[in-house]
Design a binder for this molecule. Structure first.
Ligand SMILES: *Cc1c(COP(=O)(O)O)cnc(C)c1O
Length: 423
């Protein structure tokens, strides 16, 4: 047995999170499938299956509309688990609601309204497309300008780049800065503390996207004094496809911010059915609509599992999985022409590692054909997501053995060059 395989076995044997693998659903159909895309869609926890069955049979099925007596506080109840168990903030600062993009829109507009007269929103060219579109739309509708920082796609945005972008704008013009904490392509972690400080020095509001961070790495919202954040629950939080997202609004800002979609779930005395909108002073003022209960319960179960395992332990294993994968990469793949497209320093990387190859799309298809699911990201990146709650080091070893064979033999050339609709 080679040294690298021995190391995988040793790391698995010492893994304090090893027991969590059995808390997830594995189909009988593909027992050898290696899933390295839990950062796009996490696996279903077994608890979620039980919870949704109970919801159907005992709550929706039996209670019918009376079920709302308990569902009415779901956004806040699940939000509190996210706040205290995942994001490191206080109860009453987080809601489970809407989707990441919708929450970004709500909070970006609320933030711009809170900085009247300022004309600039800052983001970066590595930000997730939906975020870029939402921010473009907000800027466009308000006659503001979206300033886009040029970044290194492998290393992510830096505090110096943010400071330079602010300095390039007329003083007092930056209203909002919105960036990802963990970059979706490279996994690079942005320095939340330094960047939030830079935003605050300019009098701007800082709005973080935590989609690839929540449930993968600690999010220093409290330590940084971040104002606002949004995220989704179907990635590292294993909430299920299309599960609701979340939003964070620092407590002291809640009463002074108003979001643009005035819905009845944010209304004081909702069931008085009054005519005029008068939002509650608490975080619930950022709600719009009836919470999606099925997806909401699934997201809640996912958040509970993460909270139970502990973000620090999850992050530590995520870093180890990444380091181990980079060792395999150095040994086997760098000599074959692949290049590491993520930060090498584990402290600067979330729970995924990205590799560059000009034929990344074909390699991605060949890898799937060989029983490993990663994903492809433009322009030429193979993104490898580790889910610390259920990915084993032995799986990483096996997956990389298959990848080495694919690249070494050039068998990927048999796969189409044209990309499918979903990559
Ligand atoms: C996945 C992801 C989103 C997804 O947005 P939805 O509105 O949930 O579809 C947004 N931003 C980032 C950075 C993401 O990684």
């Amino acid at each position: 047995m080679d040294d690298l395989l021995t190391r995988a076995r040793t790391l698995d044997a010492a893994d304090p999170l090893a027991e969590y693998r059995a808390r997830f659903f594995y189909p009988d159909a593909e027992p050898d499938l290696i899933y390295l895309d839990g950062n796009s869609l996490g696996r279903p926890p077994l608890a979620t299956r039980d919870r949704l069955r109970k919801l159907l049979d005992e709550e929706w099925g039996t209670d019918l509309v009376r079920g709302w007596d308990r569902w009415i506080t779901l956004a806040r109840d699940a939000g509190d688990v996210l706040a205290t168990g995942v994001l490191g903030v206080d109860p009453g600062e987080v809601l489970l609601c809407d989707t990441a993009s919708v929450n970004l829109y709500k909070l970006a507009v609320a933030a711009c309204d809170a900085r009247p007269g300022r004309s600039v929103i800052i983001t970066d060219d590595d930000n997730f497309p939906s975020d870029q579109y939402v921010l473009q739309g907000v800027a466009d509708a308000r006659g503001m300008r979206l300033e886009v920082i040029k970044t290194d796609l492998d290393l992510g945005v830096t505090a110096d780049q943010v400071r330079a972008a602010i300095a390039a704008c007329p003083a007092g013009e930056v209203a909002v800065i919105s960036l990802q904490h963990v970059a979706y392509r490279s996994g690079a972690i942005a320095d939340m503390v330094a960047i939030t400080q830079a935003a605050h020095d300019a009098g701007a509001i800082m709005l973080w996207d935590l989609c690839h961070a929540a449930g993968a790495v600690p999010t220093p919202l409290r330590e940084s004094g971040a104002d606002l954040a949004i995220g989704c629950t179907y990635k590292h939080l294993n909430g299920g496809p299309g599960a609701p997202g979340f939003l964070y609004v620092r407590r002291d800002l809640q009463e002074s911010l108003r979001q643009p979609i005035w819905g009845w779930f944010g209304q004081a005395n909702q069931f008085d059915m009054g005519f005029d909108y008068d939002p509650v002073p608490t975080v619930e003022r950022f709600l719009i609509s009836s919470t999606p209960v099925m997806g909401g319960y699934a997201a809640w179960e996912g958040a509970k599992l993460t909270a139970e395992a502990g973000v620090d332990r999850i992050a530590a294993k995520g870093a180890q999985l990444g380091q181990y994968a980079i060792e395999l990469f150095d040994e086997w793949l760098a000599p074959l022409g692949l290049r590491l497209a993520s930060p090498r320093d584990p402290a600067k990387r979330g729970a995924h590692v990205t590799l560059h190859h000009e034929a990344a799309w074909q390699i991605c298809q060949a890898w799937k054909h060989a029983g490993v699911i990663p994903d492809f990201r433009t322009p030429d990146r193979l993104r490898i997501g580790f889910a610390p709650l259920y990915t084993t080091f032995a799986e990483v070893y096996d997956a990389f053995v298959r990848l080495r064979t694919i690249v070494d033999s050039s068998s990927y050339r048999d796969f189409p060059l044209t990309r499918s609709r979903i990559t």
